[in-house]
Design a protein around this ligand. Structure first.
Ligand code: COA
Length: 315
């Protein structure tokens, strides 16, 4: 069934603002990534989505292409962002088949709930490799194309079209620190720092590089991994100042803003889209059932047994 536009894009954007532009996105078949891709494709872009799972990535590309007549969306599966060569080959193929890379979204990420006591060195390294090294590999594989795009699309461009933009999907855990998320907090902090470096080194060539930092987003694989399935609607309302979890559309809209002509002077920073959730990070605790309190769960050695992908219930 086709995804309704209202699920991935608000009504404020004009059709065609990304016409003849190409998005290259890692993690583009994921819940947030596919909404970001749908939004850009709806507004005129073609896209190349990259993922590890061949079937899932190709199926997502086929579905997303349906949002606009004539849209070209290629799904390149079997690519792990930890493997620079396969990522580079995917970027080259994107340019060969779609003509350019104007926007990059680095969205591939890995996560699970685990305290440091249950994080093996390899577990920590795995998330650092997917998130941080994966983002660095994505930068290296695509930046020459973004430099070309920026030279075709001066900032600001009298035509209103843009190019040469990099956006990473970050998080907010590292602003305060978050128990059970040492690995992801370290990885995302490094991604914020990488985007600052790209902005500083490539800003003079016309590029922008930013992060979008989602808070708790409804219906995502991320929240399925992080939140106990005993968390109720009332817990969500209490946990976030905005009174709700976010939607994938909230993240897609922020993505459109940063990559569009409206985002020309946003560079080297993070757009936080979390309903002010990080300001009371304890309001919605990762990996805990309702009623589990800090630091009691650490001292008793219990985390939620109601996590979709959790397996280390004992600390
Ligand atoms: N708790 C503790 N350690 C865990 C874990 C968990 N829930 N899940 C995996 N690990 C450890 C493994 O035990 C292994 O360490 P070891 O060799 O010392 O035993 C290490 O992490 C790597 O796991 P492996 O399954 O081999 O890695 P992978 O590359 O196949 O998968 C993950 C990477 C673990 C991040 C996996 O969860 C994944 O593929 N995630 C992608 C999707 C995702 O996380 N989306 C949400 C984004 S917010």
């Amino acid at each position: 069934m086709a995804v309704p536009k209202s699920d991935y894009l608000s009504n404020v954007w004009a059709n065609g603002i990304f016409a003849n532009r190409v998005l290259f996105i890692t993690g583009g078949a994921g819940t947030i990534g596919s909404a970001q891709t749908r939004a850009l494709v709806h507004l005129g872009a073609d896209a190349c989505i990259i993922g590890r799972n061949v079937k899932k990535t190709e199926a997502a590309a086929e579905e997303i292409a349906k949002v606009r007549n004539g849209a070209r969306v290629i799904g390149i599966g079997g690519v792990d962002v930890r493997d620079f060569e396969s990522l580079k080959a995917a970027a080259d193929r994107c340019v060969k088949e779609l003509g350019a890379i104007d926007y990059v979204v680095a969205g591939a990420a890995g996560n699970f709930v685990a305290p440091i006591s249950a994080l093996s060195p390899n577990a920590f390294k795995t998330v650092m490799e997917i998130d941080t090294i994966g983002t660095f590999n994505t930068i290296k594989a695509t930046i020459p194309y973004l430099v070309e795009s920026a030279s075709r699309n001066p900032n600001p461009n009298p035509s209103g079209f843009t190019g040469g933009r990099f956006l990473s999907v970050s998080a907010t855990f590292h602003y305060t620190g978050m128990p059970l998320q040492a690995h992801v907090s370290a990885a995302k902090a490094a991604i914020d720092s990488l985007m600052a470096s790209v902005a500083l080194e490539y800003g003079p060539l016309g590029l922008t590089a930013n992060c979008v930092a989602p808070g708790a987003i409804e219906g995502t694989e991320g929240m399925e991994r992080l939140a106990s399935n005993l968390v109720t609607a009332a817990d969500k309302t209490r946990g976030v100042p905005a009174g709700r979890w976010g939607s994938v559309r909230d993240i897609a809209d922020a993505t459109v803003f940063v990559l569009s002509d409206a985002g020309n002077y946003v560079n080297g920073t993070t757009v936080v889209v979390d309903g002010a959730g990080w300001r009371r990070q304890g309001g919605l605790e990762v990996g805990l059932d309702p009623g589990m309190r800090y630091p009691d769960f650490l001292l008793s050695g219990e985390v939620s047994r109601n996590l979709k992908h959790g397996r280390n219930a004992k600390l």
